[in-house]
Design a protein around this ligand. Structure first.
Ligand code: UD1
Length: 340
């Protein structure tokens, strides 16, 4: 049984990926500092898979702890690195916290990995690296644009650091997955997204509003040059995204990669506007959502959706769930955690 380290494995995307890894027969070790996650997620993972992953509470900014961890777990054959801070607005206010948490931690993990025999690395990147791309849908060849926030910058710098590491070690293999907008929850509603405080992202804000935690959703901007004036994004079900990680890791373990650093867009290829997301929510939930139009949010791009041909053809991965499926799963999860 191959052993895989999942950093940030109790977080939203991390926990869903741990489930899919265990379903595929991997032995999983999770590192998480619990700064933006709950230890109860371990029970959720066990309830779904019948198996509790190994867990170590560890702060990856502590270099000596990272060294100790890799000494103890020398048989790891792959690392999926999620652990990072991810709030765009907060990153503008606390840039050094973001660089320390997202960059130092990455460097410490990579330093240990280049000492391993089997070094296979999957990195959580983001479509934010493309900024406002000129052409839709966005291919992996679209130019990386100057980052709009320290958070976005950590994803760009992170990719560069990994690429430079690949250059010095030809048997260090890495894949950066550039996520579009992950939403939804596991169909069992035993794990899902747990935003701390007021959600910044659209779908958790919608489900919390419908659950009565928020009065009304503000739709940021209705005068964009899009069919209905609201921004367009590519919303991908978190379980589809989780499966892409497992397939990417298997590609590296089976030496099927075409170079030792590859990037893949992970999206559905379908662009949906904010109003379409609201309509989808109202349709699948049977609830009506209170919302109002508000000014544009600073830093938002007009439109971003993926060309997924590279992932479809090279990874043999395709998103299976529709927007409706993903929104319904997010709503089931919200109802479950609010006892509705
Ligand atoms: C955001 C981040 C992105 C990050 C991603 C992680 C910004 C500018 N971008 O993407 O870097 O990788 O989250 O999930 O924050 N919206 C509303 N009302 C709301 C919330 C959102 O109208 O209360 C709109 C936004 O204007 C946007 C769309 O919904 O058009 C999606 O927003 P969001 O879920 O925050 O994702 P992104 O901004 O695409």
């Amino acid at each position: 049984m191959k052993k895989v380290l999942v950093t940030g494995g109790l977080g939203f995307i991390g926990s869903h990926t741990v489930v899919e890894l265990q379903n595929e027969g991997f032995e999983v070790v999770i590192i998480d500092d619990l700064s933006n996650s709950s230890i109860d997620v371990l029970d959720g993972i066990e309830a779904i898979t019948g198996k509790k992953p190994i867990f170590e509470k560890l702060d990856l900014r502590e270099k000596s702890d990272v060294e100790q961890f890799f000494k103890k777990h020398s048989t790891i054959s792959g690392v999926i690195h999620f652990a990072a801070s991810k709030a765009v607005g907060e990153s503008v206010e606390k840039p050094l916290h973001y660089y320390e948490n997202n960059i130092n931690a990455l460097v410490y993990v990579l330093k240990e990995m280049i000492g391993l025999e089997d070094s296979n690395f999957i990195f959580s990147s983001s479509c934010t690296v493309y900024g406002q791309a000129e052409k839709m849908p966005i291919t992996e060849n679209a130019p990386v644009q100057p980052a709009e926030s320290p958070y976005g910058n950590t994803k760009q710098i992170g990719e560069e650091i990994i690429q430079d590491t690949c250059k010095i070690k030809s048997d260090f293999n890495a894949i950066a997955l550039r996520y579009f907008n992950p939403i939804g929850a596991h169909s069992s509603a035993k794990i899902g997204e747990l935003p701390i405080g007021v959600p910044q992202n659209l779908v958790p804000f919608i489900t919390q509003t419908a659950a009565g935690l928020r009065d009304s959703l503000s739709v940021f901007g209705n005068d964009y040059p899009t069919p209905d004036g609201t921004c367009v994004r590519d919303y991908i079900h978190v379980v589809d995204l989780a499966k892409a990680h497992v397939i990417a890791l298997e590609r590296l373990l089976e030496n099927k990669n075409s170079s030792n650093f590859e990037t893949f867009n992970v999206g559905t290829g379908v662009g949906s506007s904010v109003l379409e997301v609201i309509q989808s929510f109202e349709k699948v939930s049977g609830e009506s959502l209170t919302y109002k139009f508000a000014p544009r949010r600073e830093g938002d791009v007009i439109s971003a959706y993926a060309n997924t041909e590279k992932a479809n053809n090279s990874l043999g991965w395709t998103a299976k769930s529709t927007l409706d499926d993903a929104i319904l799963s997010a709503w089931k999860w919200e109802k479950k955690i609010r006892n509705l």
